[in-house]
Design a protein around this ligand. Structure first.
Ligand SMILES: C[S@@+](CC[C@H](N)C(=O)[O-])C[C@H]1O[C@@H](n2cnc3c(N)ncnc32)[C@H](O)[C@@H]1O
Length: 258
């Protein structure tokens, strides 16, 4: 465990934020653990259309920012040897309780995904769904994921879509994303929101590609997720009509060069 006083400021802020929010995520965590057919993102898009869990049997996998660890549970049930790391003690409490309820045990570590206590080349797969890929600094966690992966290993992550980040109002109370660009593409990196204690991170697509390549990855895929007609969400930052036009979520897959 990283001692609190040595954590970067955004990691300390996000630990506080996620400890505060953890209770609101218990129900979603429980649903995720119970899902026999995994679905992804705020509109529940089926795994068959997303392919984040392809070819995981027998792999050493790490979930970076595992939260309630339902993604890790899906990997474990598909035959991966999985480890989850998360920065929030409270989120891990939920994850541990759900492990006990489901009788499924795998290591859960409290820590910062930017500095993971595992040797180089320990894993074949690093995955993150709205975890480190959103809440950790990409200039720290991408090099760390590259260090952790073996040559040929894959990094897969799902995060907010680029256009959502540029169009969502600064305050949740101002309503969902519209068709107006509210902030610049150039200089995308760290975001603080007036009505939230959390600090999140987003890059422009060109910068993700540059950063991934600089850290020894070949980009395999950028998939913009399109919810099907009739899909529903409880997420208030976006409407279905918006998401069907501009993609509120994106999936990246990259392979560590040999
Ligand atoms: C939306 S949850 C995503 C996890 C999982 N998919 C879920 O929904 O339970 C975001 C998680 O990222 C974790 N997180 C934030 N910053 C982190 C960091 N630097 N290292 C590891 N985990 C981090 C938070 O503690 C939180 O549990």
């Amino acid at each position: 465990m990283t001692h609190e006083s040595t954590l970067p400021e955004h990691v300390t802020a996000n630990r506080g934020a996620w400890d505060e929010w953890a209770a609101e995520y218990v129900a979603a965590g429980r649903r995720g653990w119970a899902d026999n057919v995994p679905t992804w993102g705020v509109f529940g898009i089926p795994e068959a259309d997303v392919h984040l869990l392809d070819d995981v049997a027998g792999k050493d996998a790490i979930e970076l920012g595992c939260g309630t660890a339902y993604v890790s549970s899906w990997l474990a049930r598909r035959g991966a040897r999985v480890v989850g790391i998360d920065n929030s003690p409270k989120q891990l409490e939920t994850a541990r309780a759900l492990q006990a309820e489901h009788g499924l045990d795998f290591p859960l570590l409290l820590g910062n995904a930017e500095t993971v206590p595992y040797p180089d080349a320990s894993f074949d797969l690093a995955i993150s769904e709205y975890g480190a890929c959103l809440w950790a600094d990409p200039y720290a966690w991408i090099p760390e994921a590259a260090r952790l992966l073996r040559p040929g290993g894959e990094l897969r992550f799902l995060t907010n879509g680029l256009l959502l980040v540029l169009t969502e109002p600064a305050l949740e109370a101002e309503g969902p994303a519209t068709d107006r660009l509210l902030r610049p593409l150039f200089g995308m990196h760290r975001y603080e929101w007036e009505d939230s204690p959390g600090i999140d991170f987003h890059l422009a697509h060109g910068e993700w590609i540059r950063l991934l390549r600089e850290n020894g990855f070949d980009v395999l895929e950028l998939r913009e997720l399109r919810p099907p007609e009739g899909a529903t969400t409880t997420y208030e930052a976006v409407t279905l009509d918006w998401a069907r036009q501009w993609a509120c979520e994106e999936v990246w897959k990259a392979r560590k060069r040999g």
